[in-house]
Ligand binder design. Structure first.
Ligand code: PLP
Length: 251
């Protein structure tokens, strides 16, 4: 049997199963990979909002990572909710040890509707990961927060390779997602805006990207395939509560 690509995921737990680590594991499995995971935070949320969260102990997380990586070698890193600057430091230590391994950074700052998923100064800490990041996957509010006080060019100057900008927060019947590098917009992908609000679409997309990058696809192939898969998941979305729908990630 062909070996499965291994994706090391650092992400939070979302009890609804729509976003966070459960979304990541499901998307990575659907793309033919295996997720190994470090849980960064426990959140309290429903399908409407994040009520609060508790970040894990960074020292314990570092030990978990060291034990795991002594045994397993990842083919890609997927960084989701990192919650706290101290956890970003643990992530950075890991990335420094694997300069050849692609890194997908989903700059999670808030849930889709309401509620912060970030401790103070998280954004500044996330920027320190840019030199290691192959693909950043911000939505529009996240991109605005990241670019406040700097420019997109500066992000690339700090070492970022590429960005997949998710356009769902812009108005219009079509959603325009863009793959951007230091050279400018490489590809534009349009998707029909599906009715409803979704919980976990960003995690699904970023994890699919991570698993495809782990398999050696180009960034252009990764963006096209992962966006196509995510749109399929949203077209199969289902209700588990009263508010946002959960992507149907199993193909
Ligand atoms: N990570 C966790 C643990 C979350 O709970 C959430 C949202 O609630 C997210 C990430 C971001 O979710 P989305 O994929 O909807 O952007």
């Amino acid at each position: 049997m062909k070996p499965k690509p291994i994706v090391l995921v650092m992400a939070g737990h979302d009890p609804t199963g729509g976003a966070g680590i459960q979304a990541d594991i499901e998307a990575i499995q659907a793309m033919g990979g295996h997720a190994i995971s470090l849980i960064t935070a426990l959140t309290r949320q429903d399908t409407r909002s994040v009520h609060d969260f508790m970040a894990v102990d960074p020292a314990q997380l570092r030990q978990q990572a060291n034990t795991l990586l002594h045994d397993c070698t990842p083919n890609a890193f997927k960084l989701g909710m990192l919650a706290d600057p101290a956890i970003v430091s643990v992530a950075k230590e890991l990335l420094e040890q694997y300069p050849q391994v692609p890194v997908i950074l989903d700059p999670v700052l808030a849930g889709n509707l309401q509620g912060s998923l970030a401790k103070p100064h998280l954004l500044d800490a996330l920027l320190t990961l840019l030199p290691y990041t192959t693909l950043l996957t911000p939505n529009i509010p996240e991109l605005q927060a990241i670019c406040a006080g700097t420019s997109m060019d500066q992000l690339f100057a700090r070492g970022l390779k590429a960005m997949l900008i998710k356009g769902a927060h812009r108005r219009g019947a079509m959603i325009v997602n863009e793959l951007v590098t230091a050279e400018g917009v490489m590809h534009r992908h349009e998707a029909i805006r599906l009715p409803g609000e979704f919980h976990g679409s960003g995690c699904t997309l970023a994890s699919a990207c991570a698993c495809l990058l782990a398999q050696g696809l180009t960034l252009a192939e990764v963006a096209a395939k992962a966006l196509h898969y995510t749109q399929d998941c949203l077209s199969r979305a289902f209700a588990i509560g009263h508010y946002q729908l959960i992507p149907g990630r199993q193909q």
